[in-house]
Design a binder for this molecule. Structure first.
Ligand SMILES: [Zn+2]
Length: 267
């Protein structure tokens, strides 16, 4: 499959027909009512229905949590995908998704996977979610940049900047990534105890920072997982990186049509 960046204005010129639109959102998309983003704090969205802001209701995009799309892309495109795994990524906040026996686990209401708000330090800093000491306060993009002394660099490509500084041996950045990795390992150890997954996949920005995150995440897992001997290789970065949610959105439409080709217009 080839991903081509297209815009509404050039699809016709390319001879392409848009058959579906999926909007990857860094927020909670409940099972019901359909088409509503309940909250996306980093976008300032609460109870937003994207279709209400789309010029044509018939072609409005269907919102889906970007972490779910990243996990589905991993499952659908990896050469040897695990059947049960936890996929955790960081773009705007931290998103996680569970694939259990080859199916995305959404939870009773669609809220599963809010790993970013699992407390990793009970007396840690306040979190905008109302709790405190959440994983996001240690391993979220804003927290890592702040700890690395790069809080003024949130525009541009902060992930590339972190990777560049870490590769150059910038001590505050290395410290920030080690701290993030330890917090991430702590939260993922709980996920392992609860779910018993075949694999843990670091996606999105975490995949691009894996060289500096993996050692501390692995150390925490080795120290804390008790349910069975922990295989360090069960933790791995995604090959898709930040393209995961985009690929997942595209594959959602492709797979829907492959399952029911009658969805395609005649002609
Ligand atoms: Zn929180």
């Amino acid at each position: 499959m080839i991903l081509i960046r297209v815009s509404a204005s050039n699809t016709a010129a390319l001879g392409l027909h848009v058959e579906g639109r999926v909007l990857a959102v860094p927020g909670v998309v409940p099972n019901a009512p359909p088409g509503v983003v309940e909250r996306a704090p980093n976008l300032g969205w609460h109870g937003v229905r994207p279709a209400d802001h789309w010029p044509d209701r018939d072609t409005a995009p269907e919102p889906e949590n970007e972490a779910n799309l990243g996990a589905l892309a991993e499952y659908w495109s990896a050469e040897q995908a695990a059947e049960t795994f936890v996929h955790v990524s960081a773009e705007s906040g931290i998103g996680a998704a569970l694939v259990i026996d080859g199916r995305l686990f959404r939870g009773a209401r669609g809220f599963a996977g809010e790993l970013g708000h699992i407390p990793v330090h009970p007396d840690g800093p306040d979190c905008p979610c109302g709790s405190r000491g959440c994983l996001e306060q240690y391993a979220g993009d804003a927290a890592v940049l702040r700890e690395a002394g790069l809080a003024d660099h949130r525009t541009g490509d902060p992930v590339a900047l972190l990777a560049e500084r870490a590769a150059a041996g910038h001590a505050p950045t290395l410290h920030a990534l080690d701290r993030a990795g330890r917090a991430l390992g702590l939260a993922l150890a709980s996920a392992v105890e609860l779910v018993d997954p075949d694999a843990l996949v670091l996606g999105g920005a975490y995949a691009e920072l894996a060289d500096w995150l993996l050692p501390s995440v692995r150390a925490e897992l080795a120290a804390r997982v008790t349910v069975r001997p922990w295989d360090p290789q069960a933790l791995r970065p995604s090959a898709l990186g930040r393209r995961g949610p985009l690929l997942g959105a595209a594959l959602t439409t492709v797979r829907r049509i492959m399952a029911d080709p009658m969805l395609l217009p005649a002609g």
